[in-house]
Design a protein around this ligand. Structure first.
Ligand code: SAH
Ligand code: F3S
Length: 445
């Protein structure tokens, strides 16, 4: 019962992580194949999709606010609103009960989106089984709104780790990996289409696992996959995110060190420097094991940058736990990091079983402290680049000065420099002459 979809323009907005950006490209590809049209202009669309994030309470509030902001569009013409991506059960109930949206789509069910929209249009709810094994490996993502130089590619979906604070295993389900062939083919196609860098995505890329069942059983883990991609695409820059410290193997580090086209940066969320808190979070590594891993990274890949995620104010976090986080940061001196204060997420173990007992003003005070500390560390790390000649992939115009390009070095640090005669997508050598705590400034050699 497929209806005619000419005049079905959809507009899509992504919130949250890189995985959502990548998912929006998958959804766009599916809708285009089903006869819908992509609109770059919100006001010209008759279907508005918000790709939602629910990792923190604030993220869900942002989506609610955005829906309110967009309500005025409904007054002018018949517009359908749909929420895709990650949302908590509470958010789902709110959206349905308050009739805030016309449909919602689970991240494992994007292939059903056309049917879901059609049924919503005739006022019916479409019932579908969620495909828990979905990897979308046979969907060619449609790259929207980007520089055509760098892009994302998901290699695993979902997560099995069950960190007690995290909603991802509930919104995205169990972990599943795409086949190595599909990933390698996609990388080759990207390079053929002019892309110079791909970031392999997963909640926990290091637990990538694929078993071939042909003549013999052969397991391909993340290190094998990285090596294969790097060797098959020697001119494509490769990045990956995120690594859970518990799953990062020496083999992966060796593969990174041996392949010049794998960028020398590891995002290694620690969350806390206190063993008591790590245990409550079910992070499956100790502070000591984490620090050993940091040492290994620095021995095997000396030029590697390391970034982090840290959360303040998790359940039962005392001042002494917070001080342990500070001392861990002082020991590692990360290049940069993402910092948050804990917010309980419905459905998680922490929400159900642990008391959210750190007052919000303390959570925020601790957060401010670690943000300031990180700023100092970032500045020190950035300073170490001064005088270096580094290889930069040009991604676009600098936001502050359109006579300057911006790009990134292998360590994933933004570098800005005067354009000269270079072009977007080129790899250039830049001498670093100045720095702030977040950016390097240089000159093309
Ligand atoms: N897979 C990644 C994390 C993905 S979520 C890992 O292995 O760590 C991104 C970050 O959001 C997390 O690292 C954590 O710091 C933060 N986060 C997750 N749940 C949160 C919550 N309930 N409150 C505050 N921050 C949270
Ligand atoms: Fe979340 Fe932990 Fe997985 S932070 S995404 S449950 S590794």
């Amino acid at each position: 019962m497929e209806e005619k979809k000419s005049n079905q323009n959809f507009y899509i907005e992504s919130y949250g992580c890189q995985m959502n950006v990548s998912d929006s490209e998958i959804v766009t590809s599916i809708l285009l194949k089903n006869g819908y049209f992509l609109s770059q202009d919100l006001k010209k669309a008759n279907i508005i999709l918000l790709n939602s994030c629910s990792i923190r309470e604030k993220a869900e509030l942002t989506i609610k606010k955005r829906l309110e902001q967009l309500e005025f569009l409904k007054k002018k013409k018949k517009i359908m609103f749909g929420i895709i991506g990650c949302f908590s059960k509470q958010m789902e109930n709110f959206l349905i009960e308050e009739k805030k949206v016309d449909f919602i789509v689970n991240p494992n069910s994007y292939k059903e989106i056309s049917n879901i929209i059609y049924h919503a249009k005739i006022g019916k709810r479409y019932l579908y089984a969620i495909n828990r094994n979905e990897t979308y490996e046979n969907i060619k993502p449609f790259h929207i709104n980007e520089n055509k130089v760098t892009t994302f590619l998901s290699i695993t979906r979902g997560c099995n780790n069950m960190c007690t604070f995290c909603i991802v295993p509930f919104t995205r389900g169990r972990e599943k990996s795409s086949s190595p062939n599909s990933i390698i083919e996609k990388c080759k196609r990207l390079y053929k289409n002019g892309y110079k860098e791909v970031t392999l995505l997963g909640q926990n890329v290091d637990s990538y696992q694929w078993t071939e069942n042909f003549n013999m059983k052969k397991n391909i883990d993340f290190s094998d996959l990285l090596n294969l991609i790097a060797k098959e695409n020697p001119f494509l820059r490769i990045r990956f995110s995120t690594s859970n410290p518990h799953d990062m193997s020496d083999k992966v580090l060796k593969v990174i060190s041996k392949n010049p086209n794998i960028c020398k940066h590891i995002h290694l969320p620690v969350q806390s420097g206190s063993n008591k808190i790590l245990k409550l979070m079910n992070r499956k590594y100790t502070r000591e094991e984490y620090l050993i891993l940091i040492k290994k990274i620095r021995t095997i890949i000396p030029e590697c940058s390391i970034s982090h995620d840290i959360m303040t104010g998790f359940c039962n976090e005392e001042e002494s736990d917070h001080q342990e986080t500070i001392s861990l940061m002082n020991e590692v001196k990360y290049d940069y990091g993402y910092m948050f204060f804990y917010s309980p997420r419905p459905g998680t173990y922490a929400y159900k079983k642990l008391e959210d007992n750190v007052p919000i003003n303390i959570k925020k005070k601790r957060l401010k402290e670690i943000i300031n500390l990180q700023k100092n560390h970032s500045y020190l790390r950035m300073k170490k680049h001064l005088g270096n000649v580094e290889e930069i992939l040009i991604e676009g115009k600098s936001k502050r000065n359109d006579q300057y390009w911006y790009g990134r070095n292998t360590q994933n640090i933004i570098v800005v420099f005067p354009k000269k005669s270079s072009k977007i997508g080129e790899l250039v050598h830049v001498k670093i002459i100045k720095n702030t705590s977040a950016t390097l400034i240089g000159l093309i050699c």
